[in-house]
Design a protein around this ligand. Structure first.
Ligand code: HEC
Length: 154
């Protein structure tokens, strides 16, 4: 093999490995911890099924907002969200208050849990990623809107 082919093969192998890592399902321990946090902090509104109570509390199951990636749920937890927002064809015009009392690890666990439960399949979020999102939006004081998430879901 010449040099170019060799390095291409190497790059390909790397990207396949990186992809495989992205698609790794969360560990049972993380899911268990995430479920415990969910049961303490989200369940009253979003329900054990993740289906919410339309048209008051929106579903997380099959939600296009959860599917946008973990930053949306993390920012909801940190700063809250105010309507209107359309979730699976129903408009919600309500308010989610910031969820107090969670560590960065708790937030990582619960967002991983929500992203991989109720028929959702998404990312595994780490504590470091939560810290980075928190730092990026450190100046944020008001709840998020759907419009803002649409403009920037990272
Ligand atoms: C007091 C009730 C309440 C609690 C507790 C709550 N939420 Fe929410 N959540 C809402 C409401 C209401 C909205 C929609 C707000 C709006 O109208 O803009 C929402 C919206 C969301 C959304 C975006 C819309 C969707 O349906 O996907 C996500 C993601 C979300 N919540 C995740 C969570 C997670 C994770 C927790 C727990 C850590 C949690 N929420 C706790 C009431 C709540």
């Amino acid at each position: 093999m010449n040099h170019k082919v060799l390095s291409l093969t190497f790059l390909l192998a790397l990207s396949v490995m990186a992809n495989a890592e992205d698609k790794n399902p969360p560990s049972p321990e993380v899911m268990k911890r995430g479920q415990a946090v969910y049961s303490r902090t989200c369940i009253a509104c979003h329900q054990p099924t993740g289906l919410g109570i339309p048209p008051v509390f929106p579903p997380l199951a099959g939600s296009e907002w959860v599917a946008m990636g973990p930053s949306v749920a993390v920012r909801n937890i940190l700063h809250g969200m105010t309507g209107p927002v359309s979730v699976k064809g129903t408009t919600y015009n309500s308010m989610m208050p910031p969820v107090a009392g969670l560590s960065d690890g708790d937030i990582a666990d619960v967002v991983t849990y929500v992203s991989n439960s109720f028929g959702n399949s998404g990312a595994v979020v780490t504590e470091d990623e939560v810290k980075a999102i928190k730092a990026k939006y450190a100046d944020r004081k008001t709840p998020w809107t759907a419009e803002e998430f649409q403009k920037d879901s990272k």
